[in-house]
Structures are given as C-alpha cells and as structure tokens.
Design a protein around this ligand. Structure first.
Ligand code: TTP
Ligand code: MG
Ligand code: MG
Length: 388
C-alpha cells in the first residue's frame, strides 16, 4: 500500500547556462547558442532550445554539435557566473518555502505537504516562479505532483517556460504514454535492455511483474517499476542536512611541519575530489579544520564556484590552512571537508583548468577505479612525507 501522497514542487531552470549568458548579453536571445568545451574534444554542457531543434543536446561531443548546427553561437562559459546565479535562486527559495532540497546546480524540490491546507500549492508555485523571473531574470519551469519522481517528469514535459500540475488521479494517465526514457535514473544500457524486451512506453513497464523486473535488473529494476507506477517514497532532504564529505588525520606525535601538513591536505583533497566525481557531485564550499596540541580547534571556510576538480580544491585548501594556522603551536590534527554538494555533471568542471588537465583527471580516475584509490598520486604526495 502506498503511504500518504505528498505535494512536491520540482523546479528547474530552462537552458540554465545559456540563460545566464543571455542575461549577460541580450543579443544572444532567440539564437542557437551552444555552451561547452570549445575544442573538438570538448562536450556540450548546455544549449538553447533553438539549437535543440537541430538535434544538439547536453553531453554531445562539440564536434558533432558543430556539424549539426554550424550557424550556432559557441560560448565557452563561466562557471563563476553559473554558480553565482545558482546560489541566488537557492537563497530566494530558501526564504520562502518550508522544506527545500537543492538537487543540482539549477534544480530544487520543495515539499509543500501540510501547507496545502493553507495555500493552494499551484498558486504558491506560480507566484514563486514569477518571483524568480522578476527578481533574478532567469527562465524556469516547474511541475507539481505527488512525489519527487512524478514532479520531475512533469517539469521536463512542460519545459521551457512551463508550469503544470498533475494531481493524484491524473498521474498514471499522464505517465502511461511517455517513453521509459523519461524516467529519471534510467540509463542507456537499461533502456536498450528494456527496448529489446519490447518495453518502450511507461504503460508497458507497469504491466511487467515487479519480481521479474527484480530478476532482470536487480534493485534498480524494482525501483524503475515503482517509478513507472507513480510510486516514490524518497523524502525532500533539506539543503542544510545534505551530506558533506570529509577526511581528517591525527598525527602520531604533534607536529609543526607546515610543508608536511600541506602534503597531507593535498592527499586528502585528492581522495575527496575523486569520491565527488565518482558520485557525480560538485562542491561549492571547502572547510579546513586544525586542532592544536592543547585541543583548541579552529576552522576556516570558503565558498567557491561549483567544481569537483583537484587543482581548484587543493589550492583553496592550502590557502585556508595558511589562514587558519595562526599560532606557532604544535598541531595534532588536520581535516578538510567539502560541503554544499549538489548532483552535477562532469562537463561542468571543464571551466577553470584546461581541458588537458580535465583529460588527465579522467585518466587518473580510470586507473583508480581499476587498481584502487592510491594507484596514482600527485608527485607532491609521497607517503614518507605524510603524517610527520
Ligand atoms: P539541465 O537542467 O539538465 O539542462 P538545462 O538547464 O541546460 O536545460 P533544460 O533544463 O531547460 O532542459 O542542466 C543544468 C545545467 O547543468 C546546464 O545548463 C549545464 C549543466 N550541464 C552540464 O554541464 N552537462 C550536462 O551533461 C548537463 C545535462 C547539464
Ligand atoms: Mg535546467
Ligand atoms: Mg537541471
């Protein structure tokens, strides 16, 4: 039996990176605009709806995008600006809604359950959308329905500049005719497997016995079956409660070896950044903690543009260490934490370091996946230097 249904709003900015570029330069409005790594080995991170008409989409190789839409305006983009506007939208929502989850750089869930008795949820969501348009000036769409999955599918169906409510009795008729591709979390290989079985529409998926789905695709199969049937019990997780990842290290004997500490910090950040990329997440906040020999504990924190790349994070962590380590006293612990995590895309990290650097990270991650986290390290990180 299904637990009580909720009232969930899902909001997602339309062509987010492109919309920010249009805000910066209004001449781009109404044109085919493609953003991403500009070299032939780059990939598309965002494209305007005008460019999408030519078959261009996110994550497509730039080379192919150029062939499909040669007349487009190609922009490298600026992660600083996208992070800035992403935080603006989050702050605006945070001030106005009961429970807010930031799901990615341009996406939020709002749990309105319980509030629906006081406000009409649809009216409330429409006003929110209008406030974002008026005050931030970026286009956004939303879906309102009974759980996170259905609301997200509703948003995707009514984009761009859309808003739509799908109430409980309308959920299954709304889902049934859609392609199974529209189910969030259904990847390419699963799509191929299900297509080969003749399953292309959500309605067909609902007809498969759930234990057969489990047999074919394991836990993921069961979860897809539930989503196809409009079932999703996952809660909206408030932003501040979202997980951070961190590491800390206590020294065998208290130390004042600053160079050694920075090596240790570099090693910890490298591992955390790898973990971020494995989870397809980005961070917007670095915190460094130190504990003096007398147990006094101090921290320094800095906000940064969304990233998952070692080089940016290492530089920031070292900078924070220099700021926080003020007393010439022995240290017994150093720690680093990455927080304000959002789901993200690898391509997002393209901004900042060169693509060459990005390719290097990708190769290093591949080696780590094959042979373990310690299989490759930066030349600055020698085990004999660590923990002194
Ligand atoms: P999306 O919300 O998936 O896409 P979008 O906002 O560009 O377009 P729409 O929502 O209207 O369909 O992603 C948000 C931003 O994240 C996007 O503008 C750029 C970035 N991104 C990448 O860098 N790589 C990707 O593969 C994807 C999907 C998005
Ligand atoms: Mg978007
Ligand atoms: Mg999005």
């Amino acid at each position: 039996m299904q637990l009580a249904d909720k009232h969930i709003i899902h909001m997602d900015q339309d062509a987010f990176f492109v919309s920010v570029e249009i805000k910066k330069d209004s001449r781009l409005a109404g044109k085919a605009v493609i953003i991403g790594g500009l070299s032939d080995r780059g990939v598309v991170s965002s494209c305007s709806y005008e460019a999408r008409k030519f078959g261009v989409h996110s994550a497509m190789p730039m080379r192919m995008a150029r062939q499909l839409c040669p007349h487009a305006i190609f922009v490298k983009g600026s992660m600083d600006d996208y992070s800035y506007y992403s935080h603006q939208v989050t702050e605006l929502l945070q001030e106005r809604v009961p429970i807010l989850e930031k799901a990615s750089i341009d996406e939020h869930y709002i749990d309105m359950t319980g509030m629906d008795r006081f406000f009409g949820c649809m009216k409330f969501a429409q006003e929110l959308r209008k406030t974002i348009l008026d005050q931030i000036g970026l286009p956004i769409s939303f879906g309102l329905s009974i759980n996170k999955t259905v609301s997200k599918i509703v948003t995707n169906e009514c984009k761009p500049n859309g808003e739509k409510e799908v109430s409980k009795p309308e959920v299954q008729p709304f889902l049934n005719p859609l392609s199974i591709k529209k189910i969030p979390g259904l990847g390419d290989s699963t799509f191929i497997k299900l297509s080969e079985m003749g399953v292309r529409k959500i309605h067909t998926l609902t007809q498969i016995p759930p234990d057969l789905m489990f047999k074919i695709l394991g836990q993921n199969g069961l979860s897809l079956w539930q989503k196809a049937n409009g079932i999703d019990l996952s809660p909206v997780v408030p932003y501040r409660e979202q997980k951070s990842i961190g590491k800390q290290s206590t020294f065998d004997s208290d130390s004042m070896d600053v160079a050694g500490m920075k090596v240790l910090l570099t090693d910890m950040v490298t591992k955390l950044a790898f973990e971020l990329r494995q989870q397809h997440k980005l961070t917007a906040c670095v915190t460094v903690t130190i504990r003096y020999a007398n147990f006094e504990t101090v921290t320094q924190q800095a906000k940064i543009p969304y990233t998952s790349l070692d080089s940016i994070l290492i530089t920031k962590a070292k900078e924070l260490f220099d700021k926080v380590y003020q007393k010439r006293m022995l240290l017994r612990l150093v720690g680093v934490k990455l927080s304000h995590l959002v789901g993200g895309y690898e391509q997002i990290s393209l901004y900042g370091p060169s693509e060459k650097m990005y390719n290097l990270y990708q190769r290093m991650d591949k080696i780590r996946n094959l042979y373990g986290t310690d299989a490759v390290r930066l030349a600055t990180v020698f085990p004999d230097k660590i923990g002194r």
